[in-house]
Design a protein around this ligand. Structure first.
Ligand code: PRP
Length: 205
């Protein structure tokens, strides 16, 4: 996500030289602008915001939905687009009337999906390379995000259902918004203009 977000931030007039030369550093004070940048893993972004350790977060909607984040969502950056899918091997039968085992990085989203279908499933939380679960017999199927579809295809898996779409969002700590409204809205306006320019460029190509 960082690779896609940094050019957008630069387009919005934010100097990202420090991030571009970050090496192994994770936190940067802008020398020219009133920003401090924190590089965190997606699932931790909501924690930083909820605990007030950051004012603004940029994170995938998959994580916001999974964590049922109560932070204030102000922008869809229109990048990092992917989709949740139910996938498994060719042998999987989604209509088979038995309690299925589902592997996923997203247990809450998975539970809500199967609850809606009226199906009680066993959910196994997997931290990465979720596609391994049906291939090894660990699970009957997976709920995971797919972007290009390559991982699913190259592992001979098949998509059985499409769930929610995902994209990168800008979220704000509600307290920070009350304390620094003009700084935050100014930042959001500049980023919003950069997103628009990015989209216009894509349409023109
Ligand atoms: C995500 C997802 C899939 C892959 C899909 O994994 O869990 O494995 O990307 O992308 P594709 O459709 O473009 O092939 P991620 O790269 O986040 O790594 P992980 O599996 O280690 O979590």
């Amino acid at each position: 996500m960082e690779k896609q977000v940094v050019p957008l931030l630069e387009e919005a007039g934010i100097n990202c030289d420090q991030i571009r030369n970050k090496k192994r550093r994770l936190i940067f004070d802008s020398t020219t602008q009133p920003y401090e940048f924190i590089l965190a893993k997606g699932p931790d972004v909501t924690t930083f915001l909820e605990r007030g350790a950051a004012d603004i977060g940029i994170v995938g909607s998959d994580i916001l939905t999974e964590h049922q984040s109560t932070q204030y969502e102000l922008l869809d950056l229109d990048i990092g687009k992917c989709q949740f899918v139910l996938a498994s091997t060719e042998a999987f039968d989604p209509d088979e009337p038995r309690r299925k085992i589902i592997g996923t990085k997203y247990p809450n989203i998975t539970k809500r999906y199967f609850d809606k279908l009226g199906q009680d499933v066993e959910i196994i939380k997997i931290e990465g390379s979720v596609e391994l679960a049906p291939l090894t017999g660990l699970a009957d199927a997976i709920v995971d995000i797919t972007e290009t579809g390559t991982t699913i295809r190259e592992n001979n898996l098949k998509i059985y259902d499409y769930l929610d779409k995902v994209s990168t969002r800008l979220v704000v700590n509600r307290m920070s918004l009350k304390q620094h409204p003009s700084e935050i809205y100014n930042f959001v306006d500049n980023l919003s203009a950069a997103i628009q320019m990015n989209n216009d460029r894509e349409i023109a190509q």
